[in-house]
Design a protein around this ligand. Structure first.
Ligand SMILES: Nc1ncnc2c1ncn2[C@@H]1O[C@H](COP(=O)(O)OP(=O)(O)OP(=O)(O)O)[C@@H](O)[C@H]1O
Ligand SMILES: [Mg+2]
Length: 500
């Protein structure tokens, strides 16, 4: 169905794709794998006509293609769901699906009824039900994803690219997506699937292609490889144990953050927990169970019915997140793009943000050399892949943008860091490094609250785990109770639906 041959791509003087091949058959799910910055999204943008290749050839069913723009690629049957969604938030699902390709009545007016009917037909084909009349901004991430897929299919895509679609989905939403993908595969669509979750590759994919640093490493059947081999192809070395050893429990360690009560809604559960010096406290639970909201409420960034928090034993009222900073508490938010980064700024300023006090050389001036040196050290510690500290954040790969946020917080002198989904979109190699950095941080006597939807991560990293259900903490587990079975039982009242 699709052949890419010898694709090269340079941005300015830097070549990021060095002659990549990719062959995808009709009716297969083909995984495109590689570390952060390997070139996966760039290759897909070339396929979509959004970026011109510097060299190389694209063929569809043997016919050479030259896409002048995205429209030309769509015309040729290519549909893409980007790593960063491209929906218009104020428009509803139908308006988004037919944006710039509106169906018209004979009088040239918008044929809303026909568009709605067509949208419903496509969503039915996907077996997806979602509200059509509301702005997509109000839909869940999973629903928005299905709108993107429906949009691609409304354009008769024969080749469908899904760039990290599962990064923001819950296990059951992912299962639903896989069902849709299997159905599309049966209908003969060629699907290119990008994900850093290797277990998903084994579940849904037929063949794989691996890139490393813009080089083509190879392609094969999924059945021919195992997990270790895949990692080795991607990273170029073996990764032994991604979780660093846990220190011995220290129940006598001083409490740095004492959450006496946080109640999100009147009548809802009341959360209580204590964060001790030098520990990683996991926040587990299903998506929507109130983990992020509780953390934000503590910092005064989310409305709560009741909230009483003690920092180092002193009752403290946070009116806004900046108060948290003043008390040495930092938050690495869930949606980096909107809340964690100024993407049109260089890495340098993003890492320095609200950290300038540290670089002041006197009352008026900032020591720019020190700023650069500190930033470069921070970038190195999380291995941000970028030409320099002056590169704009929006020219980085998704995973490297994530690392920039982590670099900022590790560069701050914080006592407590709240990591919300710390490794979302991060490749396997870098994950292990981030886990190590988190342990180094707590070994210095600092503390971490880690909100995570990835059970293996919760189990592998937490010294204790608070489990959330319907808006608050329902259990706190430690020791050998930190296992996926126990945690999921608390998270779901004993009904274990999806154990990752
Ligand atoms: N517009 C741009 N200008 C300069 N460099 C860019 C631009 N877009 C991408 N790059 C660089 O190209 C390389 C490949 O990036 P790409 O986004 O394709 O990676 P990826 O494999 O999708 O990674 P991830 O898993 O993190 O999403 C990166 O080093 C990135 O910094
Ligand atoms: Mg990418």
């Amino acid at each position: 169905m699709l052949e890419l041959h010898g694709i090269r791509k340079s941005f300015g003087k830097i070549e990021v794709l060095h002659g990549v091949d990719l062959e995808v058959r009709a009716g297969e799910v083909h995984a495109l794998l590689g570390e952060n910055g390997a070139g996966k999204s760039t290759l897909m943008k070339i396929l979509a006509g959004i970026l011109p290749p510097s060299e190389g050839e694209i063929r569809i069913e043997g016919q050479p293609q030259h896409f002048a723009d995205y429209d030309a690629a769509i015309e040729a049957g290519i549909g893409i769901v980007f790593q960063e969604f491209s929906l218009v938030p104020y428009l509803d699902a139908v308006e988004n699906m037919f944006l710039a390709r509106e169906m018209k009545t004979r009088l040239g007016l918008l044929d809303r009824r026909a568009m709605r009917a067509r949208a419903q037909e496509i969503l039915a084909r996907l077996d997806v039900g979602l509200p059509l009349g509301v702005p997509v901004a109000r839909l869940s991430v999973a629903e928005q994803q299905f709108v993107e897929i429906a949009k691609a299919l409304s354009l008769e895509a024969r080749i469908l690219v899904l760039d990290e679609p599962t990064a923001t989905l819950t296990p059951s939403e992912t299962e639903h997506l896989f069902k849709v993908m299997r159905e599309l595969r049966r209908q003969g669509v060629a699907i290119i699937f990008i994900s850093h979750h290797l277990e998903e590759i084994f579940e849904i994919c037929d063949r794989i292609t691996v890139l490393r640093d813009g080089e083509y490493i190879g392609s094969c059947e999924v059945a021919e490889v195992d997990n270790d081999r895949l990692v080795e192809m991607m990273v170029g070395r073996r990764i032994e144990n991604s979780f660093p050893p846990k220190p011995a429990p220290r129940p006598e360690a001083p409490v740095v953050l004492d959450c006496e009560e946080v109640q999100l809604r009147r009548g809802g559960p009341v959360s209580r927990f204590q964060l001790r010096e030098g520990e990683i406290l996991g926040f587990a639970g299903l998506v929507g169970s109130g983990r992020t909201e509780t953390a934000l409420a503590m910092l005064g960034a989310y409305p709560a019915a009741r909230c009483k928090v003690l920092v180092d034993g002193i009752e403290t009222r946070f009116r806004e997140p900046a108060d948290g900073l003043a008390h040495g508490i930092g938050l690495l938010p869930e949606s980096r793009k909107e809340q964690g980064l100024i993407t049109s700024f260089p890495i340098l300023q993003n890492v320095s943000l609200n950290n300038y006090g540290k670089y002041r050389s006197n009352r008026w001036f900032i020591d720019l050399d020190k700023e650069l040196a500190c930033t470069e050290a921070a970038m190195q510690s999380v291995r941000v892949k970028a030409p320099s500290a002056h590169a704009r954040v929006d020219t980085l790969s998704g995973g490297n943008q994530q690392k920039v946020v982590i670099a900022r917080w590790l560069n701050h002198d914080m006592k407590v860091l709240i990591f919300d989904e710390p490794t979302r979109g991060i490749d396997v190699g870098a994950k292990a490094e981030i886990y190590q950095l988190m342990r180094d941080f707590t070994a210095k006597g600092h503390s971490i609250i880690m909100i995570s939807s990835e059970l293996p991560e919760v189990v592998g990293m937490s010294d204790r785990v608070c489990v959330f259900r319907s808006g608050g903490i329902v259990a706190t587990v430690e020791g050998t109770d930190i296992n996926s079975g126990t945690i999921m039982t608390h998270a779901t009242t004993g009904r274990i639906d999806h154990v990752a």
